[in-house]
Design a protein around this ligand. Structure first.
Ligand code: AMP
Length: 194
């Protein structure tokens, strides 16, 4: 099963993706995690990356597309994958379509995790920053990321609605278990159709 999870930071996207991974035994491809690993290297690219991430800005589309191209080419994705954090821009969404076409695959389902209240996202993100000691997650940087989500990434939901039948909106302002219950039900109905 090829799964895409969309949603702003703080919507619980990563948590749900990890649960899907555990349930279905497919790799969880999280571009944020990949970039956080890359930023620790001592290379010019890593230094540039640190500056972009620390501002809460988006990393260059070209680099992201290369990263995903390499990752999806790995054998462990053949039985499916859950993609979290990519695509974040229209250019990335178009590149992903192209890439999947080349690989002869398509997305089976796109989850849109919705949290209507910005205050709830901010609260969750500030709590996580404190718990995980992410010093880069200041209120200013968090605000910047949420802004970019609204302007660059949220429009992808409509893009997928017009290009793909299977977009499932989920109210993510509930407990992890409640949200996962709905995720599971949707995945079961996709499996039943296959
Ligand atoms: P995340 O853990 O998915 O919230 O990502 C953390 C940060 O990594 C984001 O705020 C961006 O700066 C960067 N990032 C992750 N995925 C992408 C992407 N697909 N395109 C551009 N930047 C990204």
């Amino acid at each position: 099963m090829n799964i895409l999870v969309l949603g702003p930071q703080g919507s619980g996207k990563g948590t749900q993706a990890k649960r899907i991974k555990a349930m279905y035994g497919i790799p969880h491809i999280a571009t944020g995690d990949m970039l956080r690993e890359m930023r620790e290297l001592d290379t010019p690219v890593a230094r540039e990356l640190r500056a972009v991430l620390d501002r809460g800005d988006l990393v260059d589309d070209g680099l992201m597309i290369e990263l995903i191209r390499d990752r999806l080419a790995r054998g462990d994705t053949v039985g499916g994958f859950v993609l979290d954090g990519f695509p974040r821009t229209m250019a990335q969404a178009e590149a992903l379509d192209e890439l999947l076409r080349e690989l002869g695959r398509e997305l089976d389902i796109v989850f849109d995790l919705q949290v209507p209240k910005r205050e709830m996202l901010l609260e969750r993100l500030l709590r996580r920053a404190a718990e995980e000691g992410r010093a880069d997650d200041t209120p200013e940087v968090i605000g910047r990321r949420l802004e970019l989500y609204e302007s660059e990434t949220a429009p992808l939901v409509d893009y997928y609605r017009t290009h793909q039948a299977n977009v499932v909106g989920i109210h993510a302002d509930r407990s992890v278990d409640e949200v996962f219950h709905e995720v599971e039900r949707s995945l079961e109905s996709v499996e039943a159709r296959a």
